[in-house]
Structures are given as C-alpha cells and as structure tokens.
Design a protein around this ligand. Structure first.
Ligand SMILES: [Zn+2]
Length: 106
C-alpha cells in the first residue's frame, strides 16, 4: 500500500505521516528491547494483556533488526522497545500502518 492509499483509507486521521516522523527516537541504545511486549522493570504492563494495563506507545526506532515500537509503562514509566509486526519490520510504510493500529487500540 502506498502512502497515498493509506491516506485515502483514513490512516492519517489517526496519525499523520508528519506526526509519525516526529515520533522517531534516534537514540535507542538505552531503551531495553523485550521479546514479550511486557515491561522489563515491573512486569505490570503488557501490550498483549488487558486494555487497562497497556504500555503507552510513545515512539519508534529504526534498528539493524528493523523498526520497533517504543512504549512507556504506565506503572513505573520504564521505556522499552519491541517488534509489533512479523512481516513489515524493514518496510517503514508497513510499520507505520501497524503503528497507527497500535495507537488506535491504546
Ligand atoms: Zn513497569
């Protein structure tokens, strides 16, 4: 899907490409990577858990392993990063689409 098509489908109503670009975090070295989408500090927030303990999507990073979401734990405010897609790790537009859906679900 091209950006034009995504825009026509309403993705930009949730998060514009400009807003998406501004959420990129360049310095991700100190943000721990997790494999289970769960807060590595307190374990209370979990992206795969119920809606009241979701970590907040705050940004994204471009790493050698592909694009990842950065989320913040609402309990201990720890930031952590993880893959949100198995198929679009290296395609920024595909990642954008998955990222928008995560923002919408939050
Ligand atoms: Zn936590």
């Amino acid at each position: 899907m091209t950006r034009q098509e995504m825009s026509e489908k309403g993705y930009e109503k949730l998060l514009t490409f400009k807003e998406f670009d501004s959420m990129k975090i360049a310095d991700y070295a100190n943000i721990p990577r997790v494999m289970d989408m769960q807060c590595p500090e307190c374990g209370k927030s979990d992206m795969l858990g119920s809606s009241d303990n979701q970590p907040k999507p705050i940004g994204w990073v471009d790493t050698p392993q592909g694009f990842m979401m950065v989320a913040e734990c609402p309990f201990c405010f720890c930031k952590f990063r993880f893959h949100i897609s198995t198929t679009d790790r290296n395609d920024v537009d595909g990642f954008y689409r998955d990222f928008v859906l995560r923002i919408k679900l939050y």
